[in-house]
Design a protein around this ligand. Structure first.
Ligand code: ZN
Length: 523
Protein backbone atom coordinates (compact mmCIF):
# COMPACT_ATOMS: atom_id res chain seq x y z
CA UNK A 1 0.00 0.00 0.00
CA UNK A 2 1.07 3.56 -0.52
CA UNK A 3 -1.12 6.17 1.12
CA UNK A 4 -1.69 9.29 -0.86
CA UNK A 5 -2.02 11.94 1.83
CA UNK A 6 1.61 11.94 2.74
CA UNK A 7 2.77 11.76 -0.83
CA UNK A 8 0.90 14.93 -1.66
CA UNK A 9 3.25 16.80 0.61
CA UNK A 10 6.15 15.57 -1.41
CA UNK A 11 4.72 16.44 -4.78
CA UNK A 12 3.69 19.92 -3.74
CA UNK A 13 6.88 21.54 -4.91
CA UNK A 14 6.31 20.36 -8.44
CA UNK A 15 2.82 21.70 -8.53
CA UNK A 16 3.02 24.98 -6.65
CA UNK A 17 2.20 26.72 -9.91
CA UNK A 18 -0.49 24.27 -10.76
CA UNK A 19 -3.02 25.72 -8.32
CA UNK A 20 -4.02 22.27 -7.15
CA UNK A 21 -6.00 22.94 -4.07
CA UNK A 22 -5.55 19.46 -2.68
CA UNK A 23 -1.81 19.50 -3.09
CA UNK A 24 -1.47 23.04 -1.79
CA UNK A 25 -3.58 22.26 1.24
CA UNK A 26 -1.35 19.34 2.07
CA UNK A 27 1.92 21.17 1.39
CA UNK A 28 3.71 21.77 4.63
CA UNK A 29 7.33 22.13 3.67
CA UNK A 30 9.75 23.44 1.11
CA UNK A 31 11.26 21.25 -1.57
CA UNK A 32 14.54 19.59 -0.72
CA UNK A 33 17.41 22.07 -0.78
CA UNK A 34 20.60 21.63 -2.76
CA UNK A 35 21.85 19.05 -0.33
CA UNK A 36 18.94 16.84 -1.34
CA UNK A 37 19.93 17.12 -4.97
CA UNK A 38 23.53 16.28 -4.22
CA UNK A 39 22.48 13.33 -2.10
CA UNK A 40 20.33 12.20 -4.95
CA UNK A 41 23.14 12.55 -7.45
CA UNK A 42 25.39 10.51 -5.22
CA UNK A 43 22.79 7.74 -5.26
CA UNK A 44 22.83 7.39 -9.02
CA UNK A 45 24.41 4.19 -10.21
CA UNK A 46 24.72 2.75 -13.66
CA UNK A 47 22.06 0.42 -14.95
CA UNK A 48 22.70 -3.19 -14.03
CA UNK A 49 22.34 -6.33 -16.02
CA UNK A 50 19.44 -8.15 -14.45
CA UNK A 51 20.08 -11.36 -16.29
CA UNK A 52 23.54 -11.74 -14.77
CA UNK A 53 22.15 -12.00 -11.27
CA UNK A 54 21.56 -15.69 -10.92
CA UNK A 55 21.37 -17.09 -7.42
CA UNK A 56 23.70 -19.90 -8.36
CA UNK A 57 26.50 -17.42 -9.00
CA UNK A 58 26.56 -16.12 -5.45
CA UNK A 59 28.41 -17.28 -2.40
CA UNK A 60 25.07 -17.83 -0.69
CA UNK A 61 24.41 -20.83 -2.87
CA UNK A 62 27.67 -22.54 -2.07
CA UNK A 63 28.65 -24.23 1.15
CA UNK A 64 25.49 -23.11 2.87
CA UNK A 65 24.54 -24.56 6.20
CA UNK A 66 21.05 -26.03 6.38
CA UNK A 67 18.52 -23.27 6.90
CA UNK A 68 16.96 -22.87 10.28
CA UNK A 69 13.61 -24.62 10.42
CA UNK A 70 10.80 -22.13 10.50
CA UNK A 71 7.56 -22.66 12.36
CA UNK A 72 5.47 -20.92 9.70
CA UNK A 73 3.05 -22.92 7.59
CA UNK A 74 4.03 -24.80 4.53
CA UNK A 75 7.79 -24.52 4.82
CA UNK A 76 9.57 -27.19 2.84
CA UNK A 77 11.06 -28.73 5.97
CA UNK A 78 7.58 -29.38 7.32
CA UNK A 79 6.28 -31.44 4.46
CA UNK A 80 2.70 -32.40 5.20
CA UNK A 81 1.35 -35.89 4.93
CA UNK A 82 0.95 -36.98 1.33
CA UNK A 83 -2.82 -37.15 1.42
CA UNK A 84 -3.20 -33.57 2.61
CA UNK A 85 -4.35 -31.20 -0.13
CA UNK A 86 -1.63 -28.78 -1.06
CA UNK A 87 -3.50 -25.62 -0.22
CA UNK A 88 -6.80 -24.33 1.11
CA UNK A 89 -9.40 -24.03 -1.63
CA UNK A 90 -12.13 -21.40 -1.82
CA UNK A 91 -15.11 -21.96 -4.06
CA UNK A 92 -17.18 -18.78 -4.17
CA UNK A 93 -20.43 -18.09 -5.94
CA UNK A 94 -21.40 -14.40 -5.76
CA UNK A 95 -24.41 -12.52 -7.08
CA UNK A 96 -23.99 -8.75 -7.06
CA UNK A 97 -26.78 -6.24 -7.41
CA UNK A 98 -24.61 -3.34 -8.50
CA UNK A 99 -27.36 -0.74 -8.30
CA UNK A 100 -28.56 -1.83 -4.86
CA UNK A 101 -25.05 -2.50 -3.50
CA UNK A 102 -25.95 -5.98 -2.32
CA UNK A 103 -23.92 -9.15 -2.63
CA UNK A 104 -25.18 -12.69 -1.95
CA UNK A 105 -22.47 -15.32 -1.55
CA UNK A 106 -22.27 -19.07 -1.22
CA UNK A 107 -18.82 -20.17 -0.14
CA UNK A 108 -17.26 -23.59 0.11
CA UNK A 109 -13.90 -23.83 1.87
CA UNK A 110 -11.77 -26.95 1.83
CA UNK A 111 -9.16 -26.51 4.52
CA UNK A 112 -6.29 -28.96 4.96
CA UNK A 113 -4.67 -29.06 8.36
CA UNK A 114 -1.00 -28.73 7.50
CA UNK A 115 -0.09 -27.23 10.85
CA UNK A 116 1.44 -30.35 12.34
CA UNK A 117 -0.89 -30.33 15.35
CA UNK A 118 -4.59 -31.05 15.92
CA UNK A 119 -6.85 -28.04 15.47
CA UNK A 120 -9.60 -27.63 18.03
CA UNK A 121 -11.08 -24.59 16.41
CA UNK A 122 -11.09 -22.82 13.08
CA UNK A 123 -10.60 -19.10 12.81
CA UNK A 124 -12.03 -17.23 9.86
CA UNK A 125 -11.23 -13.59 9.28
CA UNK A 126 -14.32 -11.66 8.23
CA UNK A 127 -13.28 -8.17 7.27
CA UNK A 128 -16.78 -7.01 6.21
CA UNK A 129 -17.85 -7.24 9.87
CA UNK A 130 -15.70 -4.19 10.56
CA UNK A 131 -18.49 -2.08 9.05
CA UNK A 132 -21.84 -1.91 10.81
CA UNK A 133 -24.79 -3.87 9.39
CA UNK A 134 -22.86 -5.13 6.37
CA UNK A 135 -22.31 -8.87 6.94
CA UNK A 136 -25.30 -11.14 7.40
CA UNK A 137 -24.55 -14.81 8.00
CA UNK A 138 -27.33 -17.04 6.72
CA UNK A 139 -25.95 -20.51 7.23
CA UNK A 140 -22.76 -22.27 8.29
CA UNK A 141 -22.24 -26.02 7.95
CA UNK A 142 -19.37 -28.44 8.35
CA UNK A 143 -18.58 -31.46 6.19
CA UNK A 144 -18.41 -34.34 6.30
CA UNK A 145 -21.84 -34.60 7.80
CA UNK A 146 -23.25 -31.29 6.67
CA UNK A 147 -24.19 -30.41 10.22
CA UNK A 148 -25.18 -26.85 10.95
CA UNK A 149 -22.50 -25.26 13.12
CA UNK A 150 -23.90 -23.92 16.35
CA UNK A 151 -20.76 -23.52 18.44
CA UNK A 152 -19.25 -20.38 16.99
CA UNK A 153 -18.66 -16.75 17.86
CA UNK A 154 -18.81 -13.91 15.37
CA UNK A 155 -16.99 -10.81 16.56
CA UNK A 156 -15.65 -7.81 14.71
CA UNK A 157 -13.25 -9.20 12.16
CA UNK A 158 -13.37 -12.82 13.32
CA UNK A 159 -15.56 -15.90 13.14
CA UNK A 160 -14.32 -18.65 15.46
CA UNK A 161 -15.74 -22.16 15.11
CA UNK A 162 -15.31 -24.73 17.87
CA UNK A 163 -14.97 -28.09 16.11
CA UNK A 164 -17.01 -31.08 17.40
CA UNK A 165 -13.75 -32.99 17.44
CA UNK A 166 -10.20 -31.81 16.72
CA UNK A 167 -9.08 -31.87 13.09
CA UNK A 168 -6.02 -34.13 12.98
CA UNK A 169 -2.89 -33.05 11.14
CA UNK A 170 -2.99 -34.16 7.52
CA UNK A 171 -6.79 -34.20 7.29
CA UNK A 172 -9.03 -31.71 5.57
CA UNK A 173 -12.36 -30.24 6.56
CA UNK A 174 -15.02 -28.58 4.45
CA UNK A 175 -16.99 -25.54 5.50
CA UNK A 176 -20.02 -24.15 3.73
CA UNK A 177 -21.22 -20.64 4.31
CA UNK A 178 -24.02 -18.55 2.89
CA UNK A 179 -24.14 -14.85 3.63
CA UNK A 180 -25.21 -11.50 2.27
CA UNK A 181 -23.41 -8.20 2.26
CA UNK A 182 -25.11 -4.83 2.31
CA UNK A 183 -22.10 -3.07 0.92
CA UNK A 184 -20.92 0.06 2.70
CA UNK A 185 -19.80 3.33 1.20
CA UNK A 186 -17.20 4.08 3.84
CA UNK A 187 -16.34 7.65 4.71
CA UNK A 188 -12.57 7.94 4.88
CA UNK A 189 -12.83 10.84 7.33
CA UNK A 190 -14.92 8.77 9.72
CA UNK A 191 -12.51 5.84 9.63
CA UNK A 192 -9.44 8.05 9.58
CA UNK A 193 -8.03 6.19 6.63
CA UNK A 194 -8.88 5.36 3.03
CA UNK A 195 -11.16 2.32 2.77
CA UNK A 196 -10.83 0.20 -0.36
CA UNK A 197 -13.95 -1.91 0.36
CA UNK A 198 -17.44 -0.91 -0.73
CA UNK A 199 -19.05 1.35 -3.29
CA UNK A 200 -18.92 4.92 -4.55
CA UNK A 201 -21.02 6.57 -7.24
CA UNK A 202 -18.52 5.24 -9.80
CA UNK A 203 -17.41 1.80 -8.66
CA UNK A 204 -17.89 -1.13 -6.29
CA UNK A 205 -14.72 -2.70 -4.88
CA UNK A 206 -14.82 -6.21 -3.44
CA UNK A 207 -11.65 -6.79 -1.42
CA UNK A 208 -11.35 -9.14 1.57
CA UNK A 209 -15.05 -9.72 0.93
CA UNK A 210 -15.27 -13.37 2.01
CA UNK A 211 -14.39 -15.17 5.26
CA UNK A 212 -11.03 -16.94 5.05
CA UNK A 213 -8.58 -18.74 7.29
CA UNK A 214 -5.32 -16.99 8.13
CA UNK A 215 -2.03 -18.89 8.27
CA UNK A 216 -1.54 -21.16 11.28
CA UNK A 217 1.76 -21.01 13.13
CA UNK A 218 2.80 -24.24 14.80
CA UNK A 219 2.84 -23.79 18.55
CA UNK A 220 1.41 -20.29 18.36
CA UNK A 221 -1.94 -20.58 16.63
CA UNK A 222 -3.71 -18.50 14.02
CA UNK A 223 -1.77 -15.61 12.59
CA UNK A 224 -4.38 -12.91 13.10
CA UNK A 225 -3.90 -9.36 14.36
CA UNK A 226 -6.07 -6.45 15.32
CA UNK A 227 -6.49 -3.75 12.70
CA UNK A 228 -4.21 -0.76 13.21
CA UNK A 229 -5.00 2.89 12.59
CA UNK A 230 -2.85 2.59 9.46
CA UNK A 231 -1.01 -0.10 7.57
CA UNK A 232 -2.29 -3.57 6.72
CA UNK A 233 -2.86 -6.12 9.48
CA UNK A 234 -3.73 -9.26 7.49
CA UNK A 235 -1.63 -12.27 6.56
CA UNK A 236 -2.78 -14.63 3.84
CA UNK A 237 -1.98 -18.24 3.22
CA UNK A 238 -1.54 -19.18 -0.43
CA UNK A 239 -4.81 -20.74 -1.64
CA UNK A 240 -6.72 -21.83 -4.74
CA UNK A 241 -9.78 -19.87 -5.83
CA UNK A 242 -12.71 -20.76 -8.04
CA UNK A 243 -15.08 -17.83 -8.27
CA UNK A 244 -18.38 -17.44 -10.10
CA UNK A 245 -19.86 -13.98 -10.38
CA UNK A 246 -23.25 -12.96 -11.69
CA UNK A 247 -24.49 -9.39 -11.89
CA UNK A 248 -28.16 -9.25 -10.95
CA UNK A 249 -28.63 -6.04 -12.92
CA UNK A 250 -26.13 -6.83 -15.68
CA UNK A 251 -26.06 -4.43 -18.60
CA UNK A 252 -23.52 -3.77 -21.35
CA UNK A 253 -21.82 -0.83 -19.67
CA UNK A 254 -20.97 -2.79 -16.52
CA UNK A 255 -17.33 -3.91 -16.49
CA UNK A 256 -15.81 -6.34 -14.02
CA UNK A 257 -12.10 -6.15 -13.20
CA UNK A 258 -10.74 -9.13 -11.27
CA UNK A 259 -7.65 -10.96 -10.06
CA UNK A 260 -7.97 -13.48 -12.90
CA UNK A 261 -9.34 -13.67 -16.46
CA UNK A 262 -13.02 -14.56 -16.89
CA UNK A 263 -14.68 -17.20 -18.96
CA UNK A 264 -18.42 -17.14 -19.48
CA UNK A 265 -20.98 -19.72 -18.46
CA UNK A 266 -24.33 -18.21 -19.42
CA UNK A 267 -24.92 -15.27 -17.08
CA UNK A 268 -21.94 -16.21 -14.96
CA UNK A 269 -18.40 -14.95 -15.14
CA UNK A 270 -16.14 -17.78 -14.06
CA UNK A 271 -12.65 -17.32 -12.63
CA UNK A 272 -9.88 -19.57 -11.47
CA UNK A 273 -6.85 -18.34 -9.59
CA UNK A 274 -4.44 -20.86 -8.11
CA UNK A 275 -1.80 -20.32 -5.45
CA UNK A 276 -2.86 -16.78 -4.66
CA UNK A 277 -3.24 -14.76 -1.47
CA UNK A 278 -6.74 -13.55 -2.28
CA UNK A 279 -9.25 -12.78 -5.01
CA UNK A 280 -10.34 -9.16 -5.52
CA UNK A 281 -12.72 -7.62 -8.00
CA UNK A 282 -14.22 -4.32 -8.95
CA UNK A 283 -17.27 -3.32 -10.97
CA UNK A 284 -18.04 -0.01 -12.65
CA UNK A 285 -20.35 1.38 -15.29
CA UNK A 286 -17.60 3.84 -16.29
CA UNK A 287 -14.38 1.90 -16.77
CA UNK A 288 -12.40 2.34 -19.94
CA UNK A 289 -10.37 -0.83 -20.44
CA UNK A 290 -6.93 -0.97 -22.04
CA UNK A 291 -4.54 -3.87 -22.24
CA UNK A 292 -1.08 -4.95 -23.26
CA UNK A 293 0.99 -8.10 -22.94
CA UNK A 294 4.17 -9.07 -21.16
CA UNK A 295 5.02 -12.49 -22.53
CA UNK A 296 2.02 -14.66 -21.72
CA UNK A 297 0.69 -12.26 -19.11
CA UNK A 298 -2.08 -9.85 -20.06
CA UNK A 299 -1.88 -6.50 -18.26
CA UNK A 300 -5.23 -4.72 -18.00
CA UNK A 301 -5.91 -1.11 -17.09
CA UNK A 302 -9.30 0.05 -15.80
CA UNK A 303 -9.61 3.84 -15.66
CA UNK A 304 -12.34 6.42 -15.53
CA UNK A 305 -13.08 8.13 -18.87
CA UNK A 306 -11.39 11.47 -18.14
CA UNK A 307 -8.05 9.79 -17.52
CA UNK A 308 -7.04 8.33 -20.85
CA UNK A 309 -3.50 9.76 -20.70
CA UNK A 310 -2.73 8.86 -17.10
CA UNK A 311 -4.47 5.52 -17.62
CA UNK A 312 -2.17 4.80 -20.57
CA UNK A 313 0.89 5.69 -18.49
CA UNK A 314 -0.28 3.48 -15.64
CA UNK A 315 -0.70 0.54 -18.00
CA UNK A 316 2.73 1.16 -19.53
CA UNK A 317 4.49 1.46 -16.17
CA UNK A 318 2.76 -1.65 -14.85
CA UNK A 319 3.84 -3.63 -17.92
CA UNK A 320 7.40 -2.31 -17.76
CA UNK A 321 7.66 -3.06 -14.08
CA UNK A 322 6.16 -6.52 -14.53
CA UNK A 323 8.73 -7.36 -17.20
CA UNK A 324 11.59 -6.04 -15.08
CA UNK A 325 10.53 -7.83 -11.91
CA UNK A 326 10.03 -11.02 -13.91
CA UNK A 327 13.72 -10.78 -14.73
CA UNK A 328 14.87 -9.72 -11.30
CA UNK A 329 12.69 -11.70 -8.92
CA UNK A 330 11.33 -14.62 -10.96
CA UNK A 331 8.30 -15.19 -13.17
CA UNK A 332 4.97 -13.60 -12.29
CA UNK A 333 2.74 -16.57 -11.49
CA UNK A 334 -0.67 -15.51 -12.81
CA UNK A 335 -2.29 -15.04 -16.24
CA UNK A 336 -3.34 -11.42 -15.81
CA UNK A 337 -2.47 -8.36 -13.76
CA UNK A 338 -5.07 -5.62 -13.50
CA UNK A 339 -4.61 -2.03 -12.35
CA UNK A 340 -7.84 -0.32 -11.34
CA UNK A 341 -8.33 3.40 -10.81
CA UNK A 342 -9.83 3.82 -7.37
CA UNK A 343 -12.09 6.34 -5.68
CA UNK A 344 -10.12 6.08 -2.42
CA UNK A 345 -6.95 8.04 -1.65
CA UNK A 346 -4.54 5.15 -1.69
CA UNK A 347 -2.72 2.55 -3.64
CA UNK A 348 -3.65 -0.94 -2.50
CA UNK A 349 -2.37 -4.29 -3.59
CA UNK A 350 -4.20 -7.58 -3.94
CA UNK A 351 -3.10 -10.71 -5.72
CA UNK A 352 -3.48 -10.27 -9.47
CA UNK A 353 -5.00 -6.80 -9.10
CA UNK A 354 -4.09 -3.51 -7.54
CA UNK A 355 -5.89 -0.23 -7.00
CA UNK A 356 -4.36 3.15 -7.64
CA UNK A 357 -6.05 6.30 -6.36
CA UNK A 358 -7.77 8.58 -8.86
CA UNK A 359 -5.85 11.44 -7.22
CA UNK A 360 -2.61 10.07 -8.70
CA UNK A 361 -4.31 10.04 -12.09
CA UNK A 362 -5.64 13.57 -11.53
CA UNK A 363 -2.25 14.98 -10.57
CA UNK A 364 -0.32 13.41 -13.44
CA UNK A 365 1.26 16.08 -15.64
CA UNK A 366 3.43 13.97 -17.93
CA UNK A 367 6.90 12.49 -17.54
CA UNK A 368 8.12 9.83 -15.17
CA UNK A 369 9.16 12.11 -12.31
CA UNK A 370 5.70 11.65 -10.91
CA UNK A 371 3.99 9.71 -8.16
CA UNK A 372 1.69 7.98 -10.63
CA UNK A 373 4.76 6.25 -12.05
CA UNK A 374 6.47 5.57 -8.72
CA UNK A 375 3.39 4.12 -7.05
CA UNK A 376 2.40 2.04 -10.09
CA UNK A 377 5.86 0.44 -9.94
CA UNK A 378 5.51 0.03 -6.17
CA UNK A 379 2.15 -1.69 -6.35
CA UNK A 380 3.27 -3.91 -9.22
CA UNK A 381 6.20 -5.14 -7.14
CA UNK A 382 3.77 -6.18 -4.41
CA UNK A 383 2.86 -9.06 -6.71
CA UNK A 384 6.19 -10.47 -5.50
CA UNK A 385 6.50 -8.82 -2.05
CA UNK A 386 3.04 -9.70 -0.72
CA UNK A 387 1.64 -11.94 -3.44
CA UNK A 388 4.30 -14.49 -4.29
CA UNK A 389 6.13 -14.08 -0.96
CA UNK A 390 3.70 -13.53 1.86
CA UNK A 391 4.55 -12.06 5.25
CA UNK A 392 3.02 -10.91 8.50
CA UNK A 393 2.02 -7.44 7.32
CA UNK A 394 1.22 -6.23 10.83
CA UNK A 395 4.41 -7.20 12.67
CA UNK A 396 6.95 -7.32 9.84
CA UNK A 397 5.63 -4.83 7.30
CA UNK A 398 9.16 -4.02 6.08
CA UNK A 399 9.25 -7.36 4.28
CA UNK A 400 6.66 -6.18 1.78
CA UNK A 401 6.84 -2.39 2.06
CA UNK A 402 10.60 -1.76 2.18
CA UNK A 403 11.12 -4.20 -0.66
CA UNK A 404 8.28 -2.63 -2.68
CA UNK A 405 9.68 0.85 -2.11
CA UNK A 406 13.15 -0.27 -3.12
CA UNK A 407 11.64 -1.97 -6.17
CA UNK A 408 10.57 1.52 -7.30
CA UNK A 409 14.26 2.43 -7.28
CA UNK A 410 15.09 -0.63 -9.36
CA UNK A 411 12.36 0.34 -11.83
CA UNK A 412 13.69 3.87 -12.20
CA UNK A 413 17.34 2.94 -12.55
CA UNK A 414 16.51 0.40 -15.22
CA UNK A 415 13.64 1.99 -17.15
CA UNK A 416 13.82 5.74 -16.58
CA UNK A 417 17.21 6.61 -15.10
CA UNK A 418 16.72 10.28 -15.98
CA UNK A 419 14.08 10.44 -13.23
CA UNK A 420 16.07 8.54 -10.59
CA UNK A 421 17.43 11.70 -8.96
CA UNK A 422 13.88 13.00 -8.68
CA UNK A 423 12.85 9.73 -7.05
CA UNK A 424 15.57 9.88 -4.39
CA UNK A 425 14.99 13.57 -3.76
CA UNK A 426 11.20 13.63 -3.54
CA UNK A 427 10.26 10.10 -2.59
CA UNK A 428 12.96 9.44 0.03
CA UNK A 429 15.41 12.19 1.04
CA UNK A 430 12.82 14.92 1.30
CA UNK A 431 11.44 13.21 4.42
CA UNK A 432 14.86 12.64 5.98
CA UNK A 433 13.66 9.16 6.93
CA UNK A 434 14.55 7.68 10.27
CA UNK A 435 13.25 4.99 12.61
CA UNK A 436 13.61 1.25 12.98
CA UNK A 437 12.94 -0.62 9.78
CA UNK A 438 11.56 -3.59 11.72
CA UNK A 439 8.78 -1.57 13.37
CA UNK A 440 5.19 -2.81 13.26
CA UNK A 441 2.05 -1.08 11.97
CA UNK A 442 1.20 -0.20 15.58
CA UNK A 443 3.66 2.69 15.70
CA UNK A 444 2.41 5.04 18.43
CA UNK A 445 4.00 8.03 16.71
CA UNK A 446 1.56 7.81 13.82
CA UNK A 447 1.47 7.11 10.12
CA UNK A 448 4.28 9.43 9.08
CA UNK A 449 6.73 7.87 11.56
CA UNK A 450 5.65 4.40 10.46
CA UNK A 451 5.99 5.20 6.76
CA UNK A 452 9.35 6.96 7.19
CA UNK A 453 10.80 4.04 9.15
CA UNK A 454 9.41 1.03 7.31
CA UNK A 455 9.08 2.22 3.71
CA UNK A 456 11.66 4.96 3.37
CA UNK A 457 14.35 4.02 5.85
CA UNK A 458 13.73 0.46 4.69
CA UNK A 459 14.70 1.54 1.18
CA UNK A 460 17.76 3.31 2.63
CA UNK A 461 18.75 0.09 4.39
CA UNK A 462 18.46 -1.92 1.19
CA UNK A 463 20.53 0.69 -0.66
CA UNK A 464 23.22 0.55 2.02
CA UNK A 465 23.16 -3.25 1.95
CA UNK A 466 23.55 -3.18 -1.82
CA UNK A 467 26.49 -0.76 -1.52
CA UNK A 468 28.15 -3.11 0.94
CA UNK A 469 27.74 -6.49 -0.73
CA UNK A 470 27.65 -5.37 -4.35
CA UNK A 471 25.04 -5.37 -7.10
CA UNK A 472 25.38 -8.96 -8.15
CA UNK A 473 25.07 -10.42 -4.66
CA UNK A 474 22.28 -8.03 -3.69
CA UNK A 475 20.13 -8.83 -6.71
CA UNK A 476 20.83 -12.53 -6.36
CA UNK A 477 19.63 -12.36 -2.75
CA UNK A 478 16.37 -10.69 -3.76
CA UNK A 479 15.76 -13.41 -6.33
CA UNK A 480 16.70 -16.16 -3.93
CA UNK A 481 14.44 -14.69 -1.25
CA UNK A 482 11.55 -14.70 -3.75
CA UNK A 483 12.29 -18.22 -4.96
CA UNK A 484 12.83 -19.88 -1.59
CA UNK A 485 9.81 -18.24 0.02
CA UNK A 486 7.40 -18.38 -2.90
CA UNK A 487 3.86 -19.19 -1.67
CA UNK A 488 5.05 -19.22 1.94
CA UNK A 489 4.92 -16.72 4.77
CA UNK A 490 8.45 -15.35 4.99
CA UNK A 491 10.00 -13.81 8.07
CA UNK A 492 12.85 -11.42 8.64
CA UNK A 493 14.85 -14.47 9.63
CA UNK A 494 14.36 -15.88 6.13
CA UNK A 495 15.72 -12.68 4.64
CA UNK A 496 18.70 -12.39 6.95
CA UNK A 497 19.50 -16.05 6.49
CA UNK A 498 20.52 -15.15 2.93
CA UNK A 499 22.99 -12.59 4.25
CA UNK A 500 24.97 -15.10 6.31
CA UNK A 501 27.61 -15.65 3.61
CA UNK A 502 28.42 -11.94 3.92
CA UNK A 503 28.49 -11.90 7.72
CA UNK A 504 31.14 -9.75 9.33
CA UNK A 505 31.61 -6.72 11.49
CA UNK A 506 30.61 -4.30 8.75
CA UNK A 507 27.33 -6.08 8.04
CA UNK A 508 26.52 -6.38 11.74
CA UNK A 509 27.03 -2.65 12.18
CA UNK A 510 24.97 -1.87 9.11
CA UNK A 511 22.03 -3.95 10.31
CA UNK A 512 22.27 -2.52 13.82
CA UNK A 513 21.88 0.98 12.39
CA UNK A 514 18.50 0.10 10.88
CA UNK A 515 17.01 -2.72 12.98
CA UNK A 516 15.96 -2.59 16.61
CA UNK A 517 15.97 -6.35 17.07
CA UNK A 518 19.35 -8.06 17.05
CA UNK A 519 19.96 -10.17 13.97
CA UNK A 520 21.88 -13.41 14.23
CA UNK A 521 24.12 -13.90 11.22
CA UNK A 522 26.08 -16.80 12.71
CA UNK A 523 26.20 -19.79 10.39
ZN1 ZN B 1 3.09 -0.90 -0.49
Amino acid sequence: MRRLGSSLTSICPRFLLGALALALAACRAQPPPQTGASQAAAKTRPAFEATTAEPSSTPSATGEPARTPSPLPGKPDEAPAEATPARPAYNLSAVLDYGRHQLAVEELITYPNRSGEPLEDLLLLVEPTRYPSVFHLISLTLSPGGAEVEDYTLDIGQLRIRLPQPLPPGEAITLELAYELDLPSPDADYYGRPIPFGYTSRQTNLVDWYPYLPPYVLGEGWLAHQAGFFGEHLAYESADFQVRIRLEDDRPELTVAASAPATRDGDWRVYRLDAARNFAWSVSHLYTVTSTSVGDVEVLGYAFPAHAESGALTLQVTAEALALYNDLFGAYPHQTLSVVEADFLDGMEFDGLYFLSNAFYNLYRGGYDDYLTAIAAHETSHQWWYGLVGNDQALEPWLDEALATYSERLYYERLHPEALDWWWAYRINYYEPRGWVDGSIYNPEGYRAYRDAVYLNGAEFLEALRDQIGDQAFLAILKQYATENARQIATGEDFFHLLKPYAGEDLTHLIARYFAQPVDLDP
